[in-house]
Design a binder for this molecule. Structure first.
Ligand code: LER
Ligand code: MN
Length: 268
């Protein structure tokens, strides 16, 4: 099992970005703990020096399986489904600006809350149309570079747009792009899926990335999810990507990350 963990390259309010703050120190810590990779949350590629970033990541022999983009929503309010067309355009351009970064690092681009939440007064069907239009445009921009986009079903308390794997699969049908799939996250799945294992099986080879946190969004092993069963179902789909830790820094980032890797390494 290839393990990575989320690290934010910029200050962020999002609580489950396990590591935040000084990039160099954190990359060294993550590598020392035995992780194979680091999932980088990047609000805006313009804010990072790509040469430095790549050098640091390689220096610690870490792989970057995926790039998180949600801070464009969390910190700036950009979204694919905002009623303001200028905001929708800015969100699409922002996601497309991740393509060169993703190409250089050979990473999946994550579409989390940048899809939006359906603002009051916006019709849900209209929001879906805007979402599909944006995903088609961004998938087409990434496709020539062999880059994949993974939309994350997110629980009902954070958005009303795509909460579960079944809705994600319907969206895949409507978008109709071979490089568009899903990121499944056990925290959200535990809230929304009738059966985590069945949803993994149904999503199959459209699982492009995988987030792990336990039922309480602490590190795997700290809650009541059945990890043996979940990981068996995941790998039975043929999934060969990373299992990426995205959990609260409880009691602190380094201890949570250490407990996660110790626990997960005993399983598969
Ligand atoms: C991001 O990966 C995530 O899981 C969401 O909870 C972000 O709001
Ligand atoms: Mn997640």
């Amino acid at each position: 099992m290839k393990l990575s963990i989320v690290l934010s390259t910029q200050p962020a309010q999002f609580q489950a970005a396990t590591f935040k703050g000084d990039l160099e120190t954190n990359l060294a810590r993550i590598a020392a703990l035995g992780y194979d990779g680091v999932e980088l949350a990047i609000r805006d590629p313009k804010l990072v020096n790509l040469d430095d970033l790549e050098r640091l990541v390689r220096q610690h022999s870490l792989i970057v399986p995926a790039i998180g983009t949600g801070q464009a929503w969390g910190e700036e309010g950009l979204s694919f489904t905002d009623p303001d067309p200028a905001i929708r355009r800015a969100a699409m351009e922002r996601i497309k600006s991740h393509v060169p970064v993703a190409t250089r690092l050979n990473a999946v681009i994550i579409i989390g809350l940048v899809r939006g939440i359906v603002k009051p007064g916006v019709d849900h069907a209209q929001a879906m149309d805007w979402l599909i239009e944006a995903l088609r445009e961004c998938s087409a921009a990434a496709e020539p570079f062999g880059i994949k986009l993974a939309l994350e079903p997110i629980n009902r308390y954070e958005t009303t747009l795509i909460n579960n794997a079944a809705q994600g699969l319907e969206l895949i049908e409507r978008v109709g792009a071979g490089n568009f799939g899903l990121l499944l996250d056990t925290f959200h799945m535990n809230i929304e899926e009738p059966s985590i294992e069945d949803s993994l099986r149904q999503t199959g080879d459209r699982i492009f990335h995988f987030h792990v946190a336990d039922s309480n969004r602490w590190h795997p092993g700290a809650g009541h999810l059945d990890w043996q069963s979940i990981l068996q179902a995941l790998f039975a789909t043929g999934y060969a990507g990373f299992v990426s830790g995205e959990f609260m820094p409880v009691p602190d980032a380094a201890t949570g990350a250490q407990k996660a890797i110790e626990f997960l390494r005993t399983l598969v």
